[in-house]
Design a protein around this ligand. Structure first.
Ligand SMILES: C[S@@+](CC[C@H](N)C(=O)[O-])C[C@H]1O[C@@H](n2cnc3c(N)ncnc32)[C@H](O)[C@@H]1O
Length: 267
């Protein structure tokens, strides 16, 4: 684990905690992506209620809180005390603890589901995180990774990239005419990683996981155009069923569902 990078992340999220929801969660585009992700998540657990779920790097807790719809008990960890303070205030029903993701305060084989939403790229410790997630999962348990940045995205042969570039141009032009900007100037996040899908798959397998699904989707964060937003959810569905199957693993964000193999664990 890179301690300096970890400290940078902690300092940044401590410093910006009070604005976290405004920047990351309350935008209309983020809400649509959340809704789409959650619908998928329900499918991953076969629409059944599970016993214990863990949200790694839970931030201000809205995904953890959503998990209560599919899990009796929900745990969350985060490195930043300040985001956790907000999460505890908003969702007292969650079991929240400050912790590094690479050193979790839980027994082996404890959770039915471990999820990371939009955070693995902040850890600078992919292998250690995956190994730790594997350790705390029960045999047969599910590991879900949502919204990690894809290194294959910024390629000239990638049609998804041109959609994104167009949306950026549109945002910049429309921002000229607005007093309330789409992207707050303060939002300069610390360094983060992005992943080559094939390498990430190998790392998941090396940690012991069996990959069930691995796919990407098009992520238009902070593209708040009303007409676009009206159709974004349907676009995500359509893209997932069709375009993403032709242009495999080229979308901006990587999603993955893996599990701890029941039979192999018992050997
Ligand atoms: C982009 S936020 C995502 C938060 C949340 N999952 C969500 O979807 O809103 C990234 C989170 O990772 C946390 N984080 C970064 N490095 C961490 C580490 N090494 N251990 C635990 N949490 C970490 C940050 O404090 C921050 O809350």
């Amino acid at each position: 684990m890179n301690k300096q990078k970890s400290q940078e992340q902690k300092d940044y999220y401590n410093k910006t905690a009070k604005d976290y929801d405004k920047w990351h969660i309350e935008t209309a585009s983020a809400k649509i992506i959340d809704a789409w992700n959650f619908k998928n998540l329900k499918k991953f657990v076969n629409n059944k209620k599970i016993n214990k779920a863990l949200d790694l790097a839970c931030g201000t807790g809205r995904i953890s809180n959503n998990l209560l719809n599919i899990s009796d008990q929900v745990y969350g960890v985060d490195i930043s005390e300040e985001v956790l303070k907000i999460a505890k205030q908003k969702y007292p029903q969650l079991k929240l603890t400050q912790s590094e993701v690479t050193n979790l305060p839980y027994d082996n084989n404890y959770f039915d589901l471990v999820i990371i939403n939009g955070s693995l790229h902040h850890f600078f410790a992919v292998e250690e995180t995956l190994t730790e997630a594997y350790r705390v999962l029960k045999p047969g348990g599910l590991f879900v990774l949502l919204g990690e940045p894809n290194q294959n995205y910024l390629k000239f042969y990638n049609p998804f990239f041109y959609f994104w570039a167009l949306s950026r141009v549109f945002i910049k032009i429309s921002d000229i005419f607005k007093t309330k900007k789409s992207s707050p100037p303060e939002l300069i996040e610390p360094d983060a990683e992005n992943y080559k899908p094939n390498k990430l798959k190998k790392q998941l397998t090396a940690a012991g996981f069996d990959i069930k699904q691995f796919y990407t989707y098009d992520y238009f964060h902070r593209f708040e155009n009303k007409l676009f937003l009206k159709n974004y959810y349907n676009y995500l569905e359509f893209e997932h069923r069709t375009i993403a199957k032709i242009f495999k693993n080229l979308g901006a964000a990587i999603q993955c569902v893996a599990y701890k193999n029941n039979i192999r664990c018992r050997k």
